[in-house]
Design a protein around this ligand. Sequence first.
Ligand code: PLP
Length: 380
Amino acid sequence: MQPSTRAYLDHAATTPMDSEVLQAMLPYLTDHFGNPSSIHASGRKARAAVEDARRLIASLLHTHPASIVFCSGGTEANNWALRSAVLHGQIKQVVSSPLEHHAVLYTLQDLQNQGLISLKMLPVDRYGRPLLEECIYILKSSNQLPTLVSVMHANNEVGTLIDLHKWGEACKQYGAWFHSDTVQTLGQFPFHLDQSPLDMAVASAHKFYGPKGVGFAYYNRALPLRHLHTGGGQERGLRPGTENIPAIVGMAKALEIAQNRAEQNAQHLATLKKECIAMLNQHFSGWTQMGDPQNSLPSILNIGLQTPLSQELFLFKLDLQGIDVSGGSACSSGANEGSHVLKALGADPNRNYCRISFGKMNTLEHISLLKQALSHIMEA
Ligand code: PLP
């Protein structure tokens, strides 16, 4: 039987755009189409929109507008921060973790393959948290080698959080730069960037109910970072190319909404996660949770279930039952390599895993739909 409603439970992949965000963007998709680099009135209107958005974002995150560099999203922001630190900041060693998003992992591997850095990968605990004491050991024995530490704030597959403050303090103590992939948290949590120990952080608007294809990098203005591409002088020469005005305006609006309701949203997500866990405990004995059950994002719940199905079929059946979730398997053969995160965390190849990620529009009814879908699959 086909369900009457679908449940979108994949907000870590992307979120639907808020209607208020669309309203804020519309004038810049229609009437105010000027190029911000033009000096006439239309251009000045567009320039004002970009700089107002930058000021709003900076004030919401407690930093200086000049610390915000607009770009196309989390992937580009991570690339810019890491590559610029190596190419222009003379970083020679990077300490990171094997559970980073590919935007960071592949960028660091590429820099290593080019012979530009020595890359040290930290061991992780069973919840997917890199070991800070190992990082400190590496920093202590680095003998003045210019080093950058890159560890993600929250893992996008299992939700495990790290303590940015502790990591940042360690970096400061040993003179290392500190970068964190904050794509899953910037927007969800309040940030006081200038008081934080972060030298570089990143954001992607489509993770906080803004448009896709736009984001920004935050950077400590004392660092000698420069552009990766050549072209015009936009973004104070740090990221050339005509700005995507509607998207930048929409991102600022989305961040404003997200920050104003951060606490309320977090509570709602925590309730949904708790109810979902209670539902799984009641109806699906033997299910397992990947990631830290305590200190993790309220929006992400990664579960393992024992079914006779392949991972592909499991997700396909969930989809047929009206449930949108992401997969991730421990399998590493063939074209579909599976999840590097679940694999590193020792996921059982005989289980099916799915990442349920809640959003502010989800209700208990969606958990009920998930229960029905899982029951249907398990009983079939
Ligand atoms: N980093 C993390 C942790 C992510 O979850 C994502 C997106 O899934 C990215 C980076 C890439 O962001 P974008 O989609 O904006 O390129």
